[in-house]
Design a protein around this ligand. Structure first.
Ligand code: ADP
Ligand code: MG
Length: 288
């Protein structure tokens, strides 16, 4: 027979806004040794703010913003939404054709007859356009127009209010290794990892590299308990499935992530990961 406390554990969790899809995940959660977080939308709010527009010689900030907003006009990526907000006016969609978005890289489109790229260095490199070397500061996308480098747009990433608590609570619960996987730049990831006191991080990952990143972490932490992945995006679904327990954000999270996850945090609060572990341990302590 199934001990009543299984239901108690799942019920207790659901009263805390934590949806657990099966009693077996409680056992795995109770043995958590490593927690791996996605960055954007999981530790950060998923809303970026444009802080700087830096045109290259021969280009203007207005041109850059118009090109970027036009190319991003049908994207739901957080960076796209912040560019559209900074643009502050509706995009004339009749002037934008051939929009093509590549996950983990950015967008290409034809704006007023000009071929435009808006994305990271990998996107521009794919078109043979070099990005000038410079001191990276944080989250940045680069713009190219008609095959030339046209400049960059910088963003500030905002930590969720409980991001620091999430890490502190995990450490207090004996989780040794707390790490982060992200497609963002090394500089943006490093700043957040230092601010939160993460054990380590892996940056610049393409969506398809995230599973390999998680597998490397699993290999490094063999014999030290379960490996939990916490994410929110469409790109996170394969990683959520690969982890011992996949935890998705309930309201910010994509349908694919919620579907692939074993546990869903209804209020998107990363500190609830520690709550879930506490509840699972209490449940197992009672069962034994
Ligand atoms: P994360 O792992 O932080 O959730 P993503 O995989 O969504 O990040 O994106 C990784 C990187 O790919 C972004 O930081 C950005 O450089 C680039 N990128 C992805 N989509 C877009 C887009 N629509 N416009 C511009 N850049 C993009
Ligand atoms: Mg994300």
């Amino acid at each position: 027979s199934i001990p009543l406390s299984f239901y108690g554990g799942i019920g207790g969790a659901s009263r805390n806004g934590i949806l657990i899809k099966g009693g077996n995940y409680l056992e795995t959660l109770a043995a958590t040794g490593t927690v791996v977080f996605d960055k954007t939308g999981t530790l950060t709010t998923g809303t970026f703010r444009v802080t700087e527009i830096l045109p290259a010689d021969g280009f203007t900030a207005d041109q850059l913003l118009t090109w970027a907003a036009s190319a991003e006009s049908s994207s739901t990526h957080p960076l796209a939404r912040s560019i559209l907000e900074a643009f502050g006016q509706p995009v004339d969609r009749t002037k934008v054709t051939g929009i093509m978005e590549t996950a983990g890289r950015g967008v290409a489109a034809n704006v007023n007859g000009v071929p435009v790229l808006a994305g990271n260095t990998k996107l521009l490199a794919g078109a043979g356009i070099a990005v000038p070397a410079e001191m990276p500061v944080g989250t940045v996308i680069h713009i190219a127009a008609a095959g030339r480098y046209a400049g960059s747009i910088r963003f500030a990433d905002t930590l969720k209010p409980h991001a620091k608590d999430a890490v502190t609570a995990l450490r207090r619960n004996g989780v040794r290794s707390i790490t982060m996987l992200t497609g963002d730049t090394d500089a943006a990831a490093g700043r957040i990892a230092a601010e939160l006191g993460l054990t380590s991080y892996r940056a610049g990952l393409l969506p398809q590299d995230k599973v390999a990143g998680l597998e490397a972490i699993i290999a490094e932490n063999t014999g030290t308990g379960s490996v939990i992945y916490v994410g929110d995006g469409i790109n996170d679904a394969p990683v959520l499935s690969r982890a011992d327990v996949g935890i998705a954000m309930g309201s910010l999270g994509s349908d694919a992530a919620i579907e692939a996850a074993d546990v869903v945090l209804m209020d998107d609060d990363p500190a609830k990961v520690a709550t879930a572990i506490q509840i699972s341990r209490k449940t197992y302590w009672i069962v034994r």
